[in-house]
Design a protein around this ligand. Sequence first.
Ligand SMILES: *Cc1c(COP(=O)(O)O)cnc(C)c1O
Length: 471
Amino acid sequence: MRYISTRGELPPQHFCDVLLMGLAPDGGLVMPEHYPQIDDATLAQWRQLSYADLAFEIMRLFITDINEKDLKQLVHKTYTAEIFGSTDITPVRSLNDGIIIQALSNGPTLAFKDMAMQFLGNIFEYVLEKKSAQLNILGATSGDTGSAAEYAMRGKKGINVFMLSPNGKMSAFQRAQMYSLQDKNIYNIAVEGLFDDCQDIVKAVQNDAQFKNTYKIGTVNSINWARIVAQVVYYFKGYLASTNNNQEKVSFCVPSGNFGNICAGHIAKQMGLPIDRLIVATNENDVLDEFFKTGHYTPRGTDKTYITSSPSMDISKASNFERFIFDLSGKNPEKIKTLWKQVDAKTGFNYAEKLDSIHNQFGFTSGKSTHADRLKTIAQVYAQDKQLIDPHTADGVKVAREVRKPNEKIICLETALAIKFEETIKEAIDSSVHIPVPTPLEGIEQLPQKVSIIQNDANLVKSFIQNALAS
Ligand SMILES: *Cc1c(COP(=O)(O)O)cnc(C)c1O
């Protein structure tokens, strides 16, 4: 398997060569040259497999330059009951009304980003050691990516993490999770701005080729290809856990921001997994909902990005979206260059001519959820099912209920646990209700925190990195 760029100027590369790459040098995103096809007999055999064995079978199709024995070990080291709380890894359960919830949020940071990031920590360490190389990870987070990256990379040899987060925009629990890590190789940087500003700084540093090479800057934000591959696995797992045979179809409903999670679902569908619809759920930041309804993609500036109670979806420029548009365009790099010129010029683009194939061939549909919807859904699920779901998952459940067709089996991906967003949960239900905290995280908000606050300026971030590596 080899990898190319959506902008067409990357000579085909092997997996390990794109593993540490952020954007491709031509400014595009890395994509596999083709999608491996899973036939009916193979899918039937996979029904028996444990999560780790299933992950191995899927990943070996994409990762062909690591020997299979080592890959198997990396996968088995990652997907354990100790790290993910149960042998199922992503257990499924049904709500009263038949909506299925697949829990992706039982890893160390209680959000779905652990699913991919824990694997990334192990495979980075493995590849860096083989190459005797060093890596300084620069990332931007609106909450969950950052802590997932830090928990995956803490203490790993040859790796430092510099994580930008929007100052004061995360929940108290999210801040505590990240800033309480005292590991020497972990640096928290709170930027005076929004998540998109942090993301822009990461891009600016990435675009300084000399700095990037000198300081061995890499990335783990959601455009990293290995993360997408790792996420493909749980779509297969969710499908297999919710069906009895391959004649059945399911739809997935995914709380979306940067389009990384649902992009993996798109790939699973392209590989032949019997997915009916891919339902994109957004919050008030609804650029994606607008696109899937109208074919107009109009990314917004930070001035039009709302701060909401599902903060990990407060994104108005979805960084993985280009991957889907590449497939939609028939893998046409010239078209992508044209469209992204319009994105860069801030006018956005109109691809309404493709609405029919967006909906019918690729199976996408969408909906949005507001603060009031979120509260109502959390309260409903609590009343009917005696369960607490987090605000992001609630956005998904709200949209799934709204668009569901008769007899449609919908799996809603649970992307975080309620305890991460205590304030919103207490607003939604009786505030005396106890919100369960997994034991290792009890009292985390009382721990001392390690964080540096910095102005919204890429040059300041560069000097911070220089200083940290010099000391
Ligand atoms: C990151 C995140 C999302 C959004 O996922 P994308 O891959 O950016 O679309 C949704 N919910 C939670 C809890 C998250 O952490």
